[in-house]
Design a protein around this ligand. Structure first.
Ligand code: NDP
Ligand code: OXD
Length: 313
């Protein structure tokens, strides 16, 4: 197989650094030469324009710039070629840091202390051991499992929920529809690391939050979502915070991004907002993995980290 040319089709990311690094080994273009450019063999994408890829007759594979691929499936004219998602130590490390940071902040009452500091209040609330808190990870995939192992090493009890059963040492695992309610009933702090698919859209709603364990040392249940915004219903989270179903939340993702300035989530005293920044895709770490995969594919080897098109992730 010949060394293929790359179309870099990214929206919302600055393409410059990706282009420079990809160009070290291959020719890179930002626009096809004409609608049906036969010279393009690979597409490296983030939210590519609809129907851009469908017309490329010699496209061999699509590489996502992120771990999530919902942005690729949003294209109604998506061609039937292999799709590769990001699985990389660097991205996994960033996500693990985010999850551990948010779990520890809620566990060690960061919101209470920040409010006390504002009022210059000197008050020490009771401390509780990590082992009294169970963190439930919804989506025990590449990112979920890495976060789970660090949380275990800190002494938290860890539950995990996935589509199919995956045993993990030290983690109480649950799977599928049958496992969801038992998983939630055993969880104090819910960490959402699911992909956005037709099955998962809107899953983090009021009824689900109601099932979390509330009578715990935290004084209520906590939601941390770093998966995708459309997994959740922002209004249901607000309702759950108002009526005490939820004690606090850390949200990195939202139904609409950027989070509109009018959203009450911005100023809510029980919500910690980050701008979809839990784990940023860094071209310095990700481009070498993509280039290595393209070269291996051209030698006749299999692509790794392929998306299951039927499952949507
Ligand atoms: P993986 O594909 O490795 O894991 C996904 C997990 O979700 C798997 O355990 C899978 O189950 C489970 N799952 C999928 N569908 C269902 C379902 N219907 N019911 C129950 N479980 C389900 O993905 P990653 O861990 O690499 O990434 C997860 C997501 O994190 C990405 O899709 C992306 O949306 C988000 N992300 C967010 C970032 C941010 O900065 N906020 C950065 C990077 C990623 P099974 O194991 O059985 O297949
Ligand atoms: C991703 C993301 O999917 O950054 O990698 O959201």
């Amino acid at each position: 197989m010949e060394k293929g040319r790359i179309l870099l089709a990214v929206t919302g990311f600055h393409p410059q650094r990706w282009r420079e690094l990809l160009s070290a080994e291959r020719e890179v273009v930002l626009e096809p030469d004409g609608a049906s450019d036969p010279s393009i063999n690979y597409a490296v994408v983030w939210k590519q324009k609809p129907n851009l890829l469908s017309k490329l007759p010699n496209l061999r594979a699509i590489f996502s710039i992120g771990a999530g691929v919902d942005h690729i499936f949003a294209d109604p004219g998506l061609p039937d070629v292999p799709i590769v998602k990001v699985v990389a130590d660097n991205l996994t490390q960033y996500m693990t840091e985010y999850v551990v940071w948010r779990v520890l902040d809620h566990h060690r009452q960061g919101m209470l202390y920040r409010a006390q500091q504002q009022k210059k209040t000197w008050h020490e609330p009771p401390q509780r051991p990590a082992g009294d808190i169970s963190v439930g990870i919804m989506g025990l995939g590449n990112l979920g499992r890495a976060a789970a192992s660090v949380l275990l090493s800190l002494g938290f009890a860890v539950n995990g929920w996935s589509r199919s059963e995956h045993p993990m040492k030290g983690v109480s695992t649950y799977a599928g529809d049958a496992g969801l309610i038992p998983f939630l009933n055993a969880t104090d702090m819910l960490v959402v690391l699911l992909p956005l698919t037709a099955q998962t859209q809107g899953v983090v709603n009021y009824n689900l939050l109601k099932e979390l364990r509330k009578r715990n040392g935290l004084g209520g249940s906590v939601l941390i979502n770093a998966g995708r915004g459309r997994l959740q219903k922002d209004a249901d989270i607000l309702r759950a915070l108002e009526d005490g179903t939820l004690k606090e939340a850390s949200l990195d993702v939202f139904e609409v991004e950027p989070l509109p300035k009018t959203s009450p989530l911005w100023a809510h005293p029980k919500v910690f907002v980050t701008p979809h920044a839990a784990a940023t895709s860094d071209p310095v770490h990700l481009v070498p993995i993509m280039l290595r995969q393209m070269a291996a594919y051209e030698r006749g080897e299999k692509l790794e980290n392929l998306v299951d098109r039927k499952a949507g992730y």
